[in-house]
Structures are given as C-alpha cells and as structure tokens.
Design a protein around this ligand. Structure first.
Ligand code: FPP
Length: 245
C-alpha cells in the first residue's frame, strides 16, 4: 500500500520522472519477521536492488540513486557492518562481471575513502569500466549523508573564496549544487521509501527540495517492479507546483 492521496479509479497519463531516489529500508524487519538474522535481510535486499535497478533501466529511467549505507550506519553492530561490507564487495565484483553488457553507468556518492582499500579499488574499477556508457546513471550512496555533502560543498566554495578564485556573492544555490556529488545531474523528481518509515534520513537533502515523496508499507526485500509501477502511477497523479500555483 502506498500512503497518501490516491485515486486508483481515474486513468492516469504516465509522467515519467527523470530521476528517482530509493531509500532501501526494511531489510532488518523483513529478516526478523522470518526469525532470521538481520544480515539475511540485507542479502535479499541486495538481490532486490539488482532486480529493481535492471527494471528501472529497462523502462528508460535516466537516473536512479539508491541509499546503500549512510554516514550514520557505522553505529550498527560490528557484525552487521562487516556483513554489509562483504555484500558491497560481492555486488561490485558481480557488477564488474555481469553488468558488462548492460548499459548502466555506475557512480558512487558519499565519502568512499573510509572504506577498506579492497572495496575502494572495486569502487574505482566499477566507475572506470562504466564511465562511457550511455544508459541509466546509477548513483550508489555509500557512507553518504546529506548534511555532510552540503558541508563539503560549503568547504570547497569557502576555499575558492580564500584563494581569491571567486567572490562570496558567487556562492549561489547553483554554485552549491555544482559542488555536490550529484553535480550536473537533474534533482530527483521522486523519492520512494519502502517500509513505512516517514523520515528523510539525511538522504539527498539539498537535491530533494521539490521531490515528490512516496512512502509505502512494503519492506524493501518485498518491493517488486509492480510496486515501482504503482509508485509511478501515484507520481503521475501528483500536481507539481515547485512553489508556484
Ligand atoms: C536499511 O534497512 C538498509 C540498509 C542500511 C542497507 C541497504 C543495503 C542493501 C539493500 C544492500 C545492497 C546494496 C548494494 C549496493 C549491494 P534496515 O536494516 O534499516 O531495516 P530495518 O529498518 O527494518 O531495521
């Protein structure tokens, strides 16, 4: 079920967002409901991440951003963090192998320099092999936090002012956007949060200023392409005004 205004009876003309963000939430609860360790939920969540990514590419989405690991997720028990690191390594190794023939350009957003060297190497390789692809751009947010990202942009601009390269008046909203990890990409039109939690959780804070939010009570491992289709229908019914009337 999708929360919010819905009118499933009226036929809707599909309006395709250019950029979708997904908070892949609910893996732990999915596992708990089945009497399994939380890490089992992440494994199924990772498999679903591949399914939904491929589906988004197949329907012609231009940009997909997924929240895989936040700057706050380090607070989780050490076994859970290690299991997630192992999954990321596995996925990237698979992505290098299996996604070779898929036209998906993979980018990482967040401070990835804190990850183990082996994982960083895979991150660099994955970006390198996919950089000339022309299909969907997949941003994987890892050690990502919206506040960190904005603070980083402010620091970069502050340094430019200190070096005399720009004047303080040149620090505009556009100048900040241009220093974010997502520089050059359109802002997300739609952010989907499965699992029923009604929070932003530090995801794409700056970029989501006018994004439509869709919260649904399906846990991420159970979120199917049909649920994405339902979210797209709901998005098509929304009237976006961007602060106008
Ligand atoms: C949130 O669910 C999920 C995460 C913190 C991890 C998301 C990671 C994956 C789906 C792995 C796949 C990603 C890649 C790039 C391979 P939660 O654990 O907070 O769930 P809960 O709220 O039910 O506890």
């Amino acid at each position: 079920m999708i929360f919010g205004r819905q009118d499933k009876e009226t036929p809707v003309k599909r309006i395709m967002p250019r950029h979708i963000g997904i908070i892949m939430d609910g893996n732990g609860r999915w596992a708990k409901k089945r009497g399994l360790p939380r890490t089992a939920g992440h494994t199924v969540g990772a498999a679903n991440f591949k399914t939904i990514t491929r589906y988004c590419a197949s329907i012609g989405l231009e940009y997909l951003t997924v929240y895989a690991f936040s700057t706050e997720n380090w607070k989780r028990p050490v076994e859970e963090v290690s299991a997630l690191m192992k999954l990321f390594r596995q996925y990237l190794e698979e992505a290098l192998r299996d996604f070779l023939n898929e036209n998906i350009k993979v980018r990482f957003i967040g401070d990835t320099q804190v990850f183990p060297e082996e994982l960083q190497k895979l991150i660099r390789e994955t970006e390198e092999v996919s950089k000339n692809r022309t299909g969907m751009v997949l941003n994987i947010a890892m050690n990502y936090g919206g506040r960190d990202e904005i603070a980083r942009a402010a620091r970069i601009l502050g340094e430019k002012v200190a070096r005399g390269e720009i004047d303080p008046e040149e620090i505009t909203a556009q100048a900040i956007s241009d220093e974010l990890y997502t520089a050059g990409q359109p802002d997300p039109d739609l952010i989907i949060r499965p699992s029923g939690e009604q929070r932003v959780s530090n995801f794409l804070l700056w970029q989501s200023a006018y994004a439509e939010y869709i919260i649904c009570d399906i846990l991420w491992p159970d979120f199917k392409p049909q649920d994405l289709e339902d979210a797209l229908d709901e998005f098509s019914r929304r009237q976006r005004r961007f602060g106008g009337v």
